[in-house]
Design a protein around this ligand. Structure first.
Ligand code: FAD
Length: 347
């Protein structure tokens, strides 16, 4: 083990929290900075009067034995989701192929996807190692010790603060946000150049609730399936949220627009996006009932198209590291492996 160091970690998604936990286990001190008021990043859960929606990651798969081991540390949080079959639909919403049985188990955190990272972050929060609602706006050489780093941040009500004394800084954020910070960071030109080939698509997400399906005699609206990939030009994926374990019973759907449609409508008014996606949802599922609740969420950086091709970037001399799903792919497990391997490289 190297001498204990104080490491700043920007972001509190699964890559960041995995990295932070591993560094703490190796005897280092960490401070995690997260701009949002919650942890989890794109493993996100939104509440509504009718129950929760997983607005980002829908489920995850587990292939790496180190992910298996990490999940076993919190065995009650994740549950198998028997989506039964994931249907593949043609552009008119017809089942194009017989339902595909999942090739591997689908897992969800319960009561919502954000619960896993929240649980893993608990010891960090208890040790007062997390600065929430703290947006890192610049990474600079520490004004008191030029061998170290300091971070400029903005918090609630536009308050600003400088945190110093870091031996290293880890960026565990989407690649576009990492690039924006690195552009003005001393000694970061090489790292910045290495991220140049990575590309990421946005995703508009629609949430719908149909409490009328709870009325006597009605079990569920529309199709019998709970999850589907779709080739409709507007819609790529649909999930019946209420089919996931530990969620409320009110019929709720989460719908993800295709990458191409999301890109084309990136700056549209959310109300307009909601109307267009709700229409497409009716075409795909045959559910024409009026939803009691509808909402949208725009993810600017949702899915990696071209990953970096290696698990992380670490410049030991500068004390700067990068991790996140975009290093390896577009899945929760990619983010986990990336955060873990960066921490092992640092430690
Ligand atoms: C719509 C959608 C559907 C998805 N579906 C699936 C799926 O079904 N299965 C699957 O495996 N994966 C899915 N994913 C991908 C999965 O969510 C990601 O791979 C994973 O959550 C990424 O984790 P991360 O830690 O790398 O980044 P993130 O979760 O994005 O975490 C980054 C964190 O950094 C914070 N941050 C950014 N900039 C700053 C700053 N300057 N200062 C402070 N904090 C900052 C952000 O607020 C965020 O909390 C989906 C993603 C989306 C968006």
């Amino acid at each position: 083990m190297t001498a204990p160091r104080h490491i700043a970690i920007v972001g509190a998604g699964i890559a960041a929290v995995t990295c932070a936990r591993t560094l703490v286990q190796a005897g280092h001190r960490v401070t995690v900075f997260e701009k949002s008021h919650t942890v989890g990043g794109r493993m996100a859960t939104r509440n509504s009067a009718f129950g929760t929606f997983d607005t980002g990651a829908q489920y995850f798969t587990v292939r790496d034995p180190r992910f298996v081991q990490a999940l076993q540390t919190t065995p009650t949080v994740c549950k198998r989701w028997s989506a039964n079959t994931v249907q593949v639909l043609d552009e008119h919403g017809r089942v194009a192929a017989a339902g595909l049985p999942p090739r591997e188990p689908h897992w969800v955190a319960s009561p919502g996807m954000s619960a896993l990272v929240r649980r893993w972050a608990q010891p960090l929060a208890a040790a007062q190692s997390m600065e929430m609602q703290t947006h890192v706006t610049a990474i600079e050489r520490d004004s008191l010790n030029k061998t170290q780093w300091q971070l400029r941040t903005t918090g609630t009500g536009d308050s600003t603060h400088v945190y110093g004394g870091f031996d290293a800084v880890v960026l565990a954020v989407p690649v576009a946000q990492a690039r924006a910070l690195l552009e003005h960071t001393p000694k970061a030109a090489d790292l910045l150049k290495k991220t140049a080939s990575v590309t990421v698509s946005p995703c508009w997400t629609l949430m719908l609730a149909f409490p009328q399906a709870m009325q006597p005699g009605m079990s569920a609206l529309g199709p019998q399936w709970n999850a589907a990939r779709s080739t409709h030009h507007r819609i790529a994926w649909l999930t019946r949220e209420s089919s996931k374990p530990g969620r409320g019973a009110v019929e709720r759907w989460t719908v993800q627009a295709s990458a191409a449609w999301s890109q084309e409508h990136l700056h549209d008014d959310p109300q307009r996006v909601q109307a267009k996606l709700t229409k497409a949802f009716a075409e795909v599922t045959g559910i024409r009932a009026e939803p009691a609740h509808a909402d949208t969420k725009r993810w600017l950086y949702a899915k990696t198209d071209t990953p970096l091709g290696k698990s992380h970037l670490w410049d030991r001399k500068a004390g700067l590291g990068l991790c996140g799903d975009w290093c390896l792919g577009h899945r929760v497990e990619d983010a986990f492996v990336s955060g873990l391997e960066l921490a092992l490289a640092i430690a």
